[in-house]
Design a protein around this ligand. Structure first.
Ligand SMILES: C[S@@+](CC[C@H](N)C(=O)[O-])C[C@H]1O[C@@H](n2cnc3c(N)ncnc32)[C@H](O)[C@@H]1O
Length: 204
């Protein structure tokens, strides 16, 4: 029940935040999508902020565990929306050429399980594209943020702003990692910065 309420609130708040940050996020959304092709899976697609960036695909599947956000998608026939949890993806092994997540790992309950599911459903020749935020290592800011984390999580769809996604991404051993940083004033205010890049399974 509480989860449903939190998801409903987030489905109202997030599209507003996304609109507000459209300009700043445009290049990052382009980066994580411009090389995708074939069978594409986006996990935690929400209301479809990346949807218009996909140009080259056979099948595009958008997965999210928030029905209120999924319902806001405006899609065409070649795209499928699926209500599912990233920790138990309803797909067979090696189904996808490209997998995308943007600002999702901070909200899932089990990052390790989500990343192992990505590995499972990604083809041996596939690429995982990510854009996530990670914590700025500063003990003072970390502790202050810890005090407010329950309020923050309540309104932001369970987002953990203290998550060390740099650590999680570097722990992946099933592909070759390319990673970049982006510091933005808005996310820096909350003690975070962006990391984005790709993990290429091919020839690994
Ligand atoms: C901050 S929003 C990002 C939405 C979109 N990817 C974007 O770039 O704007 C995080 C999204 O991840 C989804 N999400 C969180 N945990 C999830 C899970 N375990 N399985 C599937 N989706 C999840 C949320 O419902 C939400 O749509």
């Amino acid at each position: 029940m509480i989860l449903k309420i939190k998801q409903k609130i987030f489905s109202i708040i997030y599209p507003i935040i996304d609109k507000f940050s459209f300009k700043e996020n445009n290049s990052l959304r382009s980066f994580i999508t411009y090389q995708t092709n074939g069978n594409i899976l986006e996990i935690g697609a929400g209301a479809g902020a990346n949807y218009n960036y996909y140009k080259n695909y056979n099948n595009l599947i958008l997965v999210d565990n928030n029905i209120d956000l999924l319902k806001q998608n405006k899609i065409d026939k070649q795209c499928l929306l699926i209500l599912a949890n990233s920790e138990y993806l309803p797909f067979k092994k090696s189904e996808f050429d490209s997998i995308v997540t943007s600002l999702v790992l901070c909200s899932v309950n089990d990052v390790k399980k989500t990343l192992s599911e990505i590995d499972r459903v990604l083809k041996p020749t596939g690429i995982y594209f990510f854009w996530e935020h990670t914590v700025i290592k500063n003990n003072f800011i970390y502790v202050i943020k810890k005090l407010f984390i329950f309020i923050w999580k309540f309104f932001t769809g369970n987002c953990n702003y203290n998550i060390d996604n740099l650590y999680h991404i570097h722990k992946i051993k099933w592909g070759k990692l390319e990673i970049h940083n982006k510091h933005s004033k808005f996310v820096k205010f909350f003690g975070m910065y962006y990391i984005y890049g790709k993990i290429n399974k091919n020839n690994y």
